[in-house]
Write a new protein. Structure first.
Length: 149
């Protein structure tokens, strides 16, 4: 992975202001299987990249720290708990990356945390957005199930 990638242990961001204003880090910390339209130079998770990350204790530790960082961000802040917010797309990306790298169970934990925050706020996030999160999670579960067959 590139040196800006979260799974490499470099390029880590930690301040709330940076997390909210920087719109490029998310594709680096949480790569997925498709090239980003917003940030086409960001890494993607092909089979080789997934194997490299999963076989590296350091990469897994760094990725886990990145997940914790974003979970803390969404725990500390409530500005994203509104009908339309760019963080909703970030959450979809995080669910996918976490599922592919750490497994469906961990992705489901993150998903459930996000849904719980929304419910505590009065279920402000639109159903079509939460449906996309469910759809992504179910896709990850299906991939994991197919791999174990």
């Amino acid at each position: 992975m590139d040196s800006r990638s979260g799974v490499s242990g470099q390029g880590r961001v930690g301040r709330t202001l940076t997390l909210e204003r920087d719109h490029e880090y998310i594709q680096w910390l949480f790569p997925n299987q498709r090239p980003s339209r917003y940030n086409p130079s960001a890494p993607t998770l092909d089979t080789r990249a997934l194997e490299e990350i999963k076989s590296s204790p350091a990469a897994m530790q760094n990725f886990s720290a990145d997940v914790d960082l974003l979970r803390a961000f969404y725990s500390r802040n409530s500005h994203w708990l509104r009908p339309h917010d760019h963080n909703h797309l970030r959450i979809t990306r995080i669910i996918e990356a976490v599922g592919l790298i750490m497994g469906a169970d961990v992705a489901e934990e993150f998903h459930d945390f996000i849904r719980s925050r929304d419910m505590q706020a009065g279920s402000i996030i639109p159903a079509n957005t939460t449906f996309q999160w469910e759809k992504k999670l179910n896709h990850i579960k299906a991939l994991e199930g197919a791999a174990s067959d």
